[in-house]
Design a protein around this ligand. Structure first.
Ligand SMILES: Nc1ncnc2c1ncn2[C@@H]1O[C@H](COP(=O)(O)OP(=O)(O)O)[C@@H](O)[C@H]1O
Ligand SMILES: [Mg+2]
Length: 226
């Protein structure tokens, strides 16, 4: 039986008091790769923010990597975040330190103490994103594609069952977008990490077809629904 990592039922998603998405229902299994598509302003980021605990869920129910999101105590949000990886369009690396130190900072902040395990983990995630020998580089010395790989490495640090990626190829040229897509798809396939990726890049979607959730007219349509 497949393991469910996201399940959301009869949810309403609000932003600043306005209803953005109504009657949201879907589930995502371990290792699944799912696109979240829809025009700008239709609620893709709002939905992802709900799933990573940035927007509170006040109506309906949702379970994400075993956490119940409904009326979740804000003190639990850091624990939820440790169990998923988030990747953004603009990389969000700390610009004053190198790649290795960026990753180390996150591990320290999430409670890692053993220096040997920290080293091993950093080498492991850099290897997974194809940047094994680039740990000494400063973010400004790297291309956009390399910085996005570091962002993905960071998302992998706590071995998440789920990665939420908000337009991760939005700032990249087509060729680099392709490389990042292949990496994300490979992560889902090889490590069983579910990926929900918001995008409006139809070149990417057509080249790497997969299940699609679409935000439209205040609802989420699911290509997998029958
Ligand atoms: N912090 C916010 N406060 C109020 N309204 C917001 C906020 N962020 C987004 N919105 C509104 O919510 C709607 C959905 O936005 P968003 O989730 O960012 O869509 P998308 O990611 O699909 O472009 C838009 O109408 C947007 O203006
Ligand atoms: Mg958005």
């Amino acid at each position: 039986m497949s393991e469910t990592v996201v399940s959301i039922h009869n949810a309403k998603i609000y932003q600043g008091g306005s209803l953005i998405l109504d009657d949201v229902n879907f589930s995502v299994n371990k290792g699944e790769f799912v696109y979240l598509v829809g025009k700008t302003g239709t609620g893709k980021s709002s939905l992802l923010k709900t799933l990573y605990g940035e927007l509170p869920l006040t109506e309906g129910s949702a379970s994400v990597v075993g956490f119940n999101l409904r009326d979740m105590d804000w003190k639990k949000v850091p624990f939820l975040r440790r169990n998923l990886g988030v990747v953004f369009q603009d990389f969000q690396l700390l610009t004053d330190r190198n790649v290795h130190e960026n990753l180390r900072f996150v591990l320290k902040a999430t409670g890692w103490q053993d220096e040997k395990l920290i080293e091993e983990k950093i080498n492991d995630v850099l290897d997974k994103v194809g940047l094994k020998s680039k740990g000494f580089k400063m973010p400004f010395e790297m291309s956009g594609g390399e910085q996005q790989r570091v962002d993905i490495a960071r998302a992998l640090l706590n071995s998440p069952k789920l990665i939420l990626a908000d337009e991760p190829t939005g700032n990249l040229d087509p060729e680099t977008s392709d490389e990042i897509m292949q990496l994300l798809i490979q992560i889902a396939r090889d490590y069983g990490t579910a990926v929900i990726m918001a995008t409006h890049d139809f070149i990417v979607i057509n080249r790497y077809p997969s299940r699609i959730l679409k935000t439209e007219k205040g609802k989420v349509m699911d290509s997998a629904a029958v």
